[in-house]
Design a protein around this ligand. Structure first.
Ligand SMILES: [Zn+2]
Length: 491
């Protein structure tokens, strides 16, 4: 570390003094994308973020959001300019204590030009001030900021960060997060991680809510839920904070059903830790929004956000199992490319099958047989979508979930239970707080099983037809009792 910092200091000095060295290239703009094949402009090149400090004030009556976000980053090349992904009206940008130039380019790129070039390895402090009405800011044809009757939700995938803080918006650049929100007295503002200030009164009828996420987090997994919520705080056996919140707009029976599921979060995390290895984060909990507010659940890191509608007909533990399994597969281990989305959704879906087996509502083998032969007959267009390369417009297609889970189930049958769970645990451990791609997962499965599995994964992930299982395994599958709940939790 010391040797590296000496080299960095020399590079910084060279840049500041304008010294030309033979090996040094001229500073150049960082790229406008992180190299994602589906979303070439998502994320940016040239720097690596360590922390976001997001300080906001939100006016529920008008949906006005004002804020200052401070980004701590390190330049990964000599930079003359760099991009942030951001769409709100910006008042000022400062880089390393000097006003910087900035300009909108395309529909979600903010190009920042520092007053002086930044050398590779140099620390960057980027301060962005902004003021806008996010629900009225359209980018790529939509806004993901969701204004509700009593507040707002910043919950979506893959695009949500653009509407509330500037970022390097790709799962491969994770960072710590501090989120601090000023809201009118009586309004709750919930986010990820540990609450560091709980409704701290501020002069003039405003309260400050502050949250700290100290484990690396992908930008899209940061969330805000502002509105009228009933909140509950507890502590897990290991001392970690448990925070759950329920919209006060929920019907009483729905709120009770939601609580009966979400309050089992700690227990379900323990069960999943037994399968996948230690829970990668400390803080935990869940947020339940008004019925129909966003229409889906999302695995926001440490604290998934559920739509109240999911509990309108009673408790829904399968959904909790799905979103919590994402804490290992999706949040701690994120996709290296968005095309690898089955590594999130196939795994979280398979956790539901395992939960069904645990609950005596149908074994994973019974669910697999039913899905394969009854839910999706061979001529169903379902089999045309490739879980390993679904295309950007089918990122959340049913095949990503159900064929992804089938892939894992038939991998399990092929390598045996002990090897299969060793593969899952090793994946969660070796890629923890980072990301992974399908080829990396295939290589790991081959290494641990000692089997050549290219053909197996080619068939299950990349072939537009129903794989041939052989008829003997498919005698008259019946619908497992858990199937409706599994389908309802396809999020
Ligand atoms: Zn999911």
């Amino acid at each position: 570390m010391l040797r590296r910092s000496v080299i960095v200091t020399a590079a910084v000095l060279a840049a500041v003094l304008g010294v030309q060295t033979g090996a040094q290239a001229a500073p150049a703009p960082g790229s406008a994308g992180a190299g994602d094949v589906y979303y070439p402009k998502y994320g940016n090149g040239g720097y690596d973020v360590a922390n976001y400090d997001i300080r906001l004030r939100y006016y529920p009556d008008t949906d006005r959001l004002t804020g200052t976000t401070t980004i701590l980053a390190t330049a990964t090349q000599d930079l003359s300019a760099f991009n942030l992904d951001f769409v709100l009206a910006t008042q000022s940008v400062r880089v390393n204590n000097r006003p910087a130039g900035y300009a909108r380019r395309g529909d979600h790129e903010l190009v920042v030009t520092p007053a002086r070039p930044v050398a590779k390895g140099e620390q960057l402090t980027i301060v962005v001030q902004y003021d806008d009405v996010p629900s009225e800011v359209v980018a790529s044809g939509f806004t993901s900021w969701n204004r509700t009757p009593d507040g707002a939700l910043a919950v979506n995938e893959p695009e949500i960060a653009w509407w509330w803080y500037p970022s390097n918006d790709h799962p491969t650049d994770k960072a710590g997060f501090d989120v601090s929100v000023l809201v009118p007295d009586g309004v709750e503002a919930i986010s990820n991680g540990v609450p560091t200030r709980w409704a701290q009164p501020v002069i003039g009828g405003w309260d400050r809510w502050s949250w700290r996420q100290d484990k690396p987090q992908a930008p899209y997994l940061a969330f805000l839920a502002i509105g009228d919520f009933d909140t509950y705080q507890d502590t897990s056996a290991d001392g970690s904070p448990i925070v759950s919140a329920y919209s006060r707009r929920l019907a009483p029976a729905t709120a009770a059903a939601a609580r009966s599921s979400v309050e089992r979060t700690d227990e379900i995390l323990d069960w999943e830790a037994g399968l996948f290895g230690p829970y990668p984060f400390g803080a935990r909990g869940g947020v339940v929004t008004g019925a129909g507010d966003q229409g889906f659940a999302l695995e926001n890191q440490t604290r998934p956000v559920y739509d109240g509608q999911s509990f309108a007909r009673g408790s829904n533990n399968s959904l909790i199992v799905h979103e919590l399994a994402h804490q290992w597969f999706g949040d701690s281990v994120s996709v290296g490319q968005w095309k690898d989305i089955w590594l999130n959704e196939g795994f979280a879906s398979y956790a539901q099958w395992l939960w069904s087996e645990e609950q005596g509502e149908g074994t994973a083998a019974e669910i697999a047989a039913y899905v394969y032969s009854e839910v999706y007959p061979a001529d169903d267009p379902f089999w045309q979508v490739l879980p390993g390369d679904p295309g950007a417009t089918r990122l959340f297609d049913g095949a990503v979930y159900d064929r992804g889970a089938l892939t894992l189930h038939y991998l399990r049958e092929r390598v045996g239970d002990e090897t299969f769970f060793a593969i899952l645990r090793t994946w969660a451990e070796t890629q923890r707080y980072g990301d992974g791609t399908t080829p990396e997962f295939v290589a790991l499965a081959e290494r641990i099983s000692g089997q050549e599995l290219d053909g197996f994964f080619q068939t299950w992930l990349y072939t537009p037809e129903r794989p041939d299982l052989g008829v003997s395994t498919l005698t008259a599958p019946v619908r497992p009792r858990s199937w409706p709940a599994i389908v309802a939790a396809r999020h």
